[in-house]
Write a protein that binds this ligand. Structure first.
Ligand SMILES: C[S@@+](CC[C@H](N)C(=O)[O-])C[C@H]1O[C@@H](n2cnc3c(N)ncnc32)[C@H](O)[C@@H]1O
Length: 203
């Protein structure tokens, strides 16, 4: 089934190699600065691989957004299994983020998806619109390594080489939406997290 609006090359990976690549998602989230008491959006949450530990860290103030209802069902199960709560599981196109939340968020994470977003600047503007003053936007991306070199469980994994974005490319796309790069965090053998601070709303 093809879902209208689905970002190219962003299908949820198989769990065997995803777990091998991300053995400790909670530590990854902590390294990116997600803390108890924040209101956090897991944008394009997939099967909840990061959402469940996120909800445990922030104690429930998490909105999980995905376009695929099957992913949201899996996320719901993962969250329940982790004994965590999520404020809302939202079936929507990420580009409509500005219309989805009842209030502002402190942190928006998009993991393993930004490379496939057709208009990345527009998505960054939609994220800026839902963040409270000083809020953060974090993007987990594959490093721009050749796909043949990002081998997990014996096979090359991840998006095509030409879709991968360097930290500098990501910065150039995101900052004009009203952000300043705060830090680049190495978060797996093949990924980085680019963490941005909201400095001004895009007019
Ligand atoms: C590669 S998965 C990553 C899932 C999760 N963030 C992770 O890192 O484990 C990308 C997710 O983005 C979702 N997605 C694709 N296009 C979307 C869109 N336009 N709006 C919201 N979600 C979308 C897919 O359904 C999929 O679950």
């Amino acid at each position: 089934m093809t879902l209208e609006g689905f970002f190219p090359a962003t299908a949820m990976p198989d769990q065997d190699w995803w777990t091998a690549l991300w053995p400790d998602p909670m530590s990854t989230l902590r390294a990116l600065g997600i803390r108890s008491g924040m209101t956090v959006v897991d944008l394009c949450c997939g099967d909840g691989y990061f959402t469940a530990p996120m909800a445990r860290i922030v104690e429930g103030r998490v909105y999980a957004v995905d376009i695929d209802p099957a992913m949201l069902e899996q996320a719901r199960a993962a969250i329940e299994q982790a004994g965590a709560n999520v404020l809302d599981l939202i079936r929507a196109d990420a580009r409509d983020l500005a219309e989805l939340l009842p209030g502002k968020a402190d942190y928006v994470l998009i993991a393993n998806t930004f490379h496939g977003v057709p208009d990345q600047s527009a998505l960054a503007r939609a994220v800026a619109a839902v963040l409270a003053a000083g809020g953060r936007f974090a993007i987990i991306n594959w490093h721009p390594l050749p796909r043949a070199d990002t081998t997990i469980l014996g096979q090359p994994r991840g998006p095509k080489t030409e879709m991968r974005m360097s930290p500098e490319h990501t910065r150039l796309v995101v900052e004009p939406a009203g952000f300043a790069l705060e830090q680049i965090v190495e978060v797996s053998p093949f990924h980085y997290g680019a963490v941005f601070n909201l400095i001004a709303a895009d007019e």
